[in-house]
Ligand binder design. Structure first.
Ligand SMILES: Cc1cc2nc3c(=O)[nH]c(=O)nc-3n(C[C@H](O)[C@H](O)[C@H](O)COP(=O)(O)OP(=O)(O)OC[C@H]3O[C@@H](n4cnc5c(N)ncnc54)[C@H](O)[C@@H]3O)c2cc1C
Length: 336
């Protein structure tokens, strides 16, 4: 099946429905004085609508770790203009903001975030196809994108079928797995620049490397990404996706909340092997521990706090360095 120039709308309103809208004022510790805060809340409601602004939103509901205290404000924009205006309002009020995708690479502090979380994973879910090019808005999940590509007989995104991130987060991280990564299939991204302008940037100008990009370094906000795929046979694509899913399910602790591989791969080593060789598999602090199934994952064993995860990460870093002289660098990003 080939669909030219069609627009497929995947609008999932679950998150919007689930937002707990707390009555009352934002906690006192949010940056800026009271008048500015009240003004900001009013402005954000004007921009995205009252239903798309939540106060004191628990971040544990928006991270795959299922950990994290409240964000002072949680905003769900649905258009480019809304994102731009939300960010401009935060900047003007001198209140920090954070762009959230699926929260699958994130550890949010137990105290939460004193600022505005701008969630793109819900309002930006359109996909359009033009020949073998697929343009996904930033909030489309990589899994959906790879499923759709498979159904359309387009090959290239099979590697992404088990990565639980959004297209925006995946471009930011240059996500990859099993010898494939975003850089291999990305044509360009449409972004909001720090000055508020909207630009299309070609992949060659994004400085994509191992879990890094200009998107991260230059504070760009991804609105959409265009992937240059190739025609393939759906049954062959499906078979490859099934194979990768099997590998993932057999090796990774997918039954436990986590943020995936906790550490980056150090040059010349594998983080998981170093951790297991250091005898740390099963090491625990509170509700967090090094997975017994895959040493590269710190998992939430039940009721873990961010402090528990930090303790496990620090212990693993120290012990691996002591035993092997290699300092592991977290891949998971910290917020708050
Ligand atoms: C079980 C499991 C398995 C995983 N396997 C893999 C794997 O095989 N390979 C891999 O690379 N990763 C893997 N991950 C990690 C994670 O899924 C990826 O890094 C993913 O790309 C993060 O996307 P996200 O939308 O969840 O980003 P988030 O966690 O929401 O955010 C991550 C960073 O991206 C930024 N960001 C998000 N959206 C945007 C946007 N629109 N514009 C600008 N910046 C943005 C955020 O500000 C943040 O700094 C795994 C995670 C889990 C839980």
């Amino acid at each position: 099946m080939r669909m030219n120039g069609c627009l497929l709308a995947y609008t999932d309103t679950t998150l919007l429905r689930n937002l707990v809208r707390t009555k009352g004022s934002v906690r006192d510790t949010m940056a800026g004085d009271d008048r500015e805060r009240t003004e900001l809340i009013w402005q954000l409601r004007q921009i995205v609508g009252e239903d798309n602004v939540a106060l004191d939103e628990p971040m544990s509901k928006h991270t795959t770790f299922e950990i994290g205290g409240p964000a002072d404000l949680f905003v769900v924009p649905e258009t480019t203009e809304e994102v731009r205006d939300v960010v401009a309002a935060c900047r003007q009020a001198k209140v920090p903001y954070f762009i959230l995708g699926n929260g699958s690479d994130l550890l949010v502090s137990d105290d939460g975030y004193r600022g505005v979380v701008v969630c793109l994973a819900d309002g930006f879910t359109n996909v359009s196809i033009d020949g073998s090019e697929m343009t996904c808005q930033a909030g489309v999940s990589l899994r959906e994108a790879s499923e759709m590509a498979c159904e359309l007989g387009l090959t290239g995104l099979e590697f992404a079928c088990g990565i639980p991130g959004s297209v925006g987060g995946a471009c930011f991280m240059n996500a990859g797995a099993y010898d494939g990564c975003i850089a291999d299939v990305l044509k360009n991204v449409r972004v909001i620049m720090p000055d508020g302008s909207v630009e299309t940037i070609a992949v060659d100008d994004l400085a994509l490397g191992y879990r890094k990009s200009r998107i991260r370094d230059d504070d760009l906000i991804v609105l959409s990404a265009t992937f240059a795929l190739r025609e393939g046979k759906p049954d062959v694509i499906r078979a490859r996706m099934d194979e990768l899913t099997y590998k993932r399910e057999s090796k990774q602790p997918l039954d436990k909340p986590s943020a995936g591989s906790t550490f980056k791969r150090p040059e010349g080593y594998f983080a998981g092997k170093l951790i297991s060789d250091a005898g740390l598999q099963g090491y625990k602090s509170g509700g967090a521990g090094v997975s017994k199934k895959h040493a590269g994952f710190v998992v939430n064993l039940g009721g873990a706090t961010a402090a528990d995860v930090h303790t496990v990460i620090a212990h693993v870093q120290d012990e691996v360095e002591r035993q092997f002289g290699v300092r592991l660098e977290p891949e998971v990003r910290f917020l708050g």
